[in-house]
Design a protein around this ligand. Sequence first.
Ligand SMILES: [Fe+2]
Ligand SMILES: [Fe+2]
Length: 172
Amino acid sequence: MKTYICQICGDAYIGEDRPSECPFCGAQHHFIKDGSEARPIVNDKIELSEISKKNLEETLGLEMKANAIYLCMAGKADNYERKAMYKRLAKVELEHANIACKLMGIALPQAGTEPCSEDDVENFQKTIELEEHATNLYAQFAKAATEQNIKIFFTALMQVEADHIKLIKNYL
Ligand SMILES: [Fe+2]
Ligand SMILES: [Fe+2]
């Protein structure tokens, strides 16, 4: 058994093999390092530019909202697989919110609630819409960031949200 560490969220995964994605924040495999080599970006305490501060705040709002919507969708889902999938998505989005807070040096806000549809297909479509919006936004935020760790954070998040679109498209 070995300890692997995610460069994005800084969480440890213990197992025989490197996971294909971080089980906590969803970061792609190239962000998962051998424990001794990991230098998680979330540990870089740096002064943020005004633009990165603003973009991280917007990210925090978006991720908290996604967490609440996915919990609603988990509650309405027609079968256990879909319910479990949405619960996992909710946790991944909450982890994104958590990383944004750590980068800003603030506490995680209280979770709110969001409405969703009674219908799985409508919820899948809404999910794709939200994830497409996030993917485009994070691509812009990555470009706008002058700090290396913030650029890496938004690039990783953009890929995770794009992976969520691929996941949901399998259900449609
Ligand atoms: Fe991670
Ligand atoms: Fe996210």
